[in-house]
Design a protein. Sequence first.
Length: 133
Amino acid sequence: DLAKYIFNHAMAMPIIQNPEINVKSNEELSDEEKDKLSDMIHRHFGLEVQKSIIMSTYKRNYQILLFLIGLFLITLSNLGFILKMSTIHELFLIFGWVAVWELIYDGLFTNYKAKIKRKRYKKLSNVKINYIK
């Protein structure tokens, strides 16, 4: 897939460097064809930016829900006088901390990778395209 190829090469470049795409054609392209091709490339990567923003919104909502569930389970486990059985107390405590840890892990590692990808997609949505015969 051409978009994956372009994106993978952009990921290999330093973030401060602005990528350029060179399109080599055996025939001379008209200005209209060049504009259409440029618009297709810019629009594709622009849509990837929008998808990334939508996915991060869903992910953030999931993380908030996960945090609240974890907090609820930890709080419930600390209400030892209500829970007579120590096994249930321990299970709530473990599941609560696992839920909170998932939130921390996603925040530190997964979100960071998504932000890097989004920055690359933003650069590619405004990439300079050179046409070479």
